[in-house]
Design a protein around this ligand. Structure first.
Ligand code: NI
Length: 252
């Protein structure tokens, strides 16, 4: 069975030296990968890759650290890009109070506008939330029709009940880190029907490659860790999380 990565950034400059080679290699191992935009150029690139390769899908949107670039014109560009059939979600969008490139209020306005856009286009969302859990959840609740993926879920199992039911949790390389107690605890308790697997390549490289450049096929190590924590056979974890990913992204 082939692997799935629900979140990567193959447009990142760290792939400039061997991108085509890497994609060829991935094509053999991966059922599909989803390339995630964080501003307009990266969203356009995501769509370009999805047009060039059958197994690549695109997510388009403005990351909270790029939110100052979000304008009416930019929103119309997303609308235009979304007409492409391989665009499967709006993202990654949300709030980042760690980097704080823009004021909280500015981030919230941009987040709400993109939630509204997702609702209008009937697309799910990919959420990025860093040190902003309460405000993120508050905004998600304002859009009960919208579903999505909580990327690199940073919360505890306790805040799970606050998150609307239509959301899946993206689990990645962090789970394999030595200091990942909170994520391990979360994976132990959460129902596997709400987990999807991601790498966030080129970032968050799992053990045993921590510190090196990440790549989508390393979902292997995340799957192995989930299998171990939940005591579910690897193939079963792969099968269920693949189904979950197809369901939320509308991929058949
Ligand atoms: Ni990302």
């Amino acid at each position: 069975m082939k692997l799935v990565d629900t979140h990567c950034h193959l447009d990142d400059e760290r792939y400039d030296i061997d991108r085509e080679e890497l994609i060829k290699k991935l094509e053999e191992k991966m059922e599909f990968v989803v390339n995630i935009g964080f501003d307009l150029p990266s969203s356009i690139k995501s769509v370009e890759y999805s047009n060039s390769y059958d197994f690549i899908y695109a997510v388009i949107g403005f990351h909270p650290t790029s939110i100052s670039e979000y304008s009416e014109e930019a929103e119309n560009s997303l609308r235009e890009l979304s007409k492409n059939k391989k665009v499967v979600a709006i993202g990654e969008i949300g709030l980042d109070y760690y980097w704080m490139e823009d004021e909280k209020e500015v981030q919230k306005v941009g987040f709400r506008k993109q939630m509204k856009l997702a609702e209008e286009l009937n697309l799910p969302v990919v959420i990025h939330s860093r040190e902003a859990m309460a405000d993120t959840i508050e905004i998600l609740k304002e859009f009960p029709k919208v579903k999505g993926i909580f990327h690199c879920y940073p919360g505890s199992f306790e805040s799970l009940s606050e998150i609307p039911e239509g959301y899946y949790f993206g689990i990645g390389g962090v789970l394999t880190f030595k200091n990942s107690k909170k994520t391990v605890e979360f994976v132990k308790k959460v129902d596997i029907s709400r987990i999807v697997i991601e790498t966030d390549s080129p970032y968050l490289t799992p053990t045993p490659f921590r510190g090196k450049r990440n790549e989508p096929s390393y979902v292997q190590y995340v799957l192995e860790k989930i299998s171990e924590i939940k005591n579910i056979p690897f193939e079963e974890v792969l099968r269920i999380t693949t189904e979950n990913a197809k369901k939320i992204y509308g991929i058949d």
